[in-house]
Design a protein around this ligand. Structure first.
Ligand code: HEC
Ligand code: HEC
Ligand code: HEC
Ligand code: HEC
Length: 481
């Protein structure tokens, strides 16, 4: 959620500073991280999703795709948002079970400058969605059943058509190949990675990395031909490639003979002939295109990342803050309940830990050094952010014995966390060392390596992790004895 206020800041800036008509779109998969949630998490996450909606409404989006991930809290949750928080959700294939009437607007037509732009939404069908949750209030129609008709309805009223789709990548490509008059397809929820715009037929497909950590920006110079220059030029590329190859071969022959191999060399003659033929062909096509060129649409794409160093939009920041407080309150009470039930399990999981206070007695210099590092303050950071009851954050901001997947997945295990494990203590890096504390000569704790750090310094949390550099900042001093 933290990135939203920075997103708002950037969007504001773009809106204010630069000329040209703008559309602000999101293809969906913003509200929840996955299509199905553990029941114990649903309440808190729904409150969080409410905060995201409020923040997005504040940002003035023109259209929103709905992905299966957005439906975790049910359709009524979306439909019953207060008037001023009704985001322009689009989905042509999310329908009422009986009447097959769309539950949301299938499309919207927006004016951008003197262009009329049709924006359509397709919701990806996900097997998981109908699983744990009760989603009886809706059905998905296959895209084949709706897309053609909807397109036909808006074709004559629009200059450009954009599809927001959370269908799988392969399906999106199929759609692109089939419908030349979808000019831009923005994909969501298919992977964490960006997909640089790529043309399939006359459709540009793109995706911005998952859940709003970046903004994708497309500057488009649209033309009445409704054809991308890159798509019109695709015929030229094979000829150019072939010419490159021939030039290379000719160069190689000249090098081998030390000079022009002359008329005697049949291979050389053949290459020259083909080169002349292709050059003429290319010149002809390009001359023909010259007039056309100006009629073709072009784009420039870029990604804007949202580092913590960016300023934040104050209003959105306020919304996020309020939401975090509410979420934390819910988590606190959920965890409080669990705490009692789980205390038994907890004892076991942490039974091999000593806690940093114990190490202190024998390793004073290292402890004093560690206390100056960010790790010693990691718990304080969560408290400052009001996130100290959020299991999602705890896993990396506390002393977790072994990063064993089971206990991480069962995040509720952290409910009964003892005071001495609240922060990234010695044993997060050196491993459980209770045995060592009791019998230092018999048991030796581990020394961390890069792998140890990467458990928490994941690309998502720290996209600038260079082991050698960061190691220098936190390596404990050698024992001086
Ligand atoms: C009772 C004293 C004592 C306590 C308590 C203690 N240690 Fe040690 N530790 C030692 C001694 C002694 C050595 C060996 C020093 C040496 O050989 O140079 C050692 C060595 C180490 C080493 C270096 C291991 C190596 O292979 O070089 C690490 C790391 C370490 N301790 C971490 C910890 C941690 C973490 C704690 C707390 C959980 C802890 N120690 C608690 C006495 C203690
Ligand atoms: C248990 C999770 C965890 C492990 C393991 C871990 N870190 Fe960290 N690290 C964090 C967290 C969380 C912070 C931010 C703490 C804060 O400021 O609240 C952090 C902060 C830092 C910082 C200061 C901020 C920065 O990026 O400059 C450095 C340096 C660092 N870690 C290096 C390392 C290295 C090197 C290792 C491995 C030897 C390591 N960390 C292992 C979680 C971890
Ligand atoms: C996968 C591990 C991981 C998880 C989960 C995680 N963090 Fe962190 N966090 C880190 C690391 C690593 C850093 C240090 C990054 C750096 O500075 O390079 C960090 C740094 C931070 C900082 C910046 C500290 C400062 O004062 O500069 C804040 C704030 C923070 N985390 C809050 C949270 C919150 C809130 C959550 C839960 C929503 C969370 N983190 C979940 C690993 C994690
Ligand atoms: C973020 C990871 C991290 C944390 C947390 C951490 N250490 Fe270390 N520690 C290291 C690294 C890295 C080294 C150096 C290992 C090497 O040189 O191979 C080290 C080395 C040591 C050594 C061996 C020093 C020597 O003689 O070479 C001791 C003892 C030690 N740490 C104790 C502690 C104690 C006690 C704490 C908690 C108060 C602690 N460490 C917290 C990463 C950590």
């Amino acid at each position: 959620m933290g990135g939203l206020s920075r997103r708002a800041y950037i969007l504001n800036k773009i809106q204010q500073e630069e000329p040209g008509a703008k559309l602000v779109l999101d293809a969906g998969a913003m509200l929840f991280a996955q299509p199905v949630l553990a029941p114990s998490l649903v309440t808190a996450r729904t409150v969080q999703a409410g905060g995201i909606i409020e923040a997005m409404a504040e940002m003035g989006y023109d259209a929103f795709g709905l992905a299966p991930q957005d439906l975790v809290a049910g359709i009524p949750f979306l439909l019953q948002q207060p008037e001023d928080l009704q985001l322009p959700w689009l989905s042509m294939n999310l329908v009422q079970p009986d009447s097959e009437q769309p539950l949301f607007a299938p499309y919207i037509i927006k004016n951008a400058g003197d262009l009329s732009i049709g924006i359509l939404g397709l919701t990806g069908r996900s097997q998981d969605v109908s699983g744990q949750q009760d989603h009886s209030g809706h059905r998905f129609l296959p895209w084949e059943k709706t897309l053609g008709d909807t397109l036909a309805r808006i074709r004559d009223q629009t200059d450009m058509v954009i599809l927001l789709s959370s269908l799988p990548e392969q399906t999106n490509r199929e759609i692109a190949q089939r419908f030349d008059d979808i000019h831009l397809l923005i994909q969501s929820g298919q992977s964490a990675a960006h997909k640089t715009p790529q043309l399939f037929g006359n459709t540009l497909i793109t995706q911005i990395g998952s859940r709003g950590k970046h903004i994708g920006r497309l500057d488009i110079d649209w033309k009445p031909s409704r054809t991308w220059k890159q798509s019109a030029q695709s015929g030229i590329k094979p000829i150019k490639d072939r010419l490159d190859r021939i030039n290379w071969q000719i160069g190689r022959l000249i090098k081998r003979y030390g000079s022009d191999p002359g008329e005697q060399n049949a291979q050389y003659q053949q290459l020259l002939e083909e080169k002349n033929r292709l050059t003429a062909e290319l010149a002809e096509i390009e001359a023909r295109r010259q007039g056309e060129e100006e009629q073709l649409a072009t784009y420039r794409s870029s990604y804007i990342s949202l580092p913590v160093s960016l300023p934040e939009d104050q209003e959105v920041r306020e919304i996020i803050h309020r939401t975090k407080l509410a979420v934390n309150k819910i988590n606190r009470s959920t965890l409080g309940d669990l705490q009692q039930r789980r205390s038994q399990v907890n004892q076991q999981a942490f039974s091999n830990l000593a806690g940093w206070q114990v190490c202190q007695s024998c390793h004073k210099p290292q402890t004093e050094f560690w206390q100056q590092t960010a790790h010693a303050k990691a718990w304080q950071t969560l408290v400052r952010e009001n996130q100290q009851f959020n299991p999602e954050c705890l896993i990396c901001h506390v002393t977790l014995p072994t990063y064993d997947q089971d206990s991480v997945i069962d995040q509720n295990l952290l409910a009964g966390l003892k005071e001495e494990y609240k922060t990234i203590g010695c044993e997060a890096c050196h491993g459980p060392a209770r045995d060592h504390s009791l019998q230092p000569d018999r048991f030796r704790p581990a020394q961390p390596d890069e792998q140890t750090c990467l458990m928490c310094h994941t690309p998502e949390r720290d996209d600038n992790f260079i082991y050698s550099e960061k190691l220098n900042k936190i390596r404990c001093p050698a024992a001086g004895h």
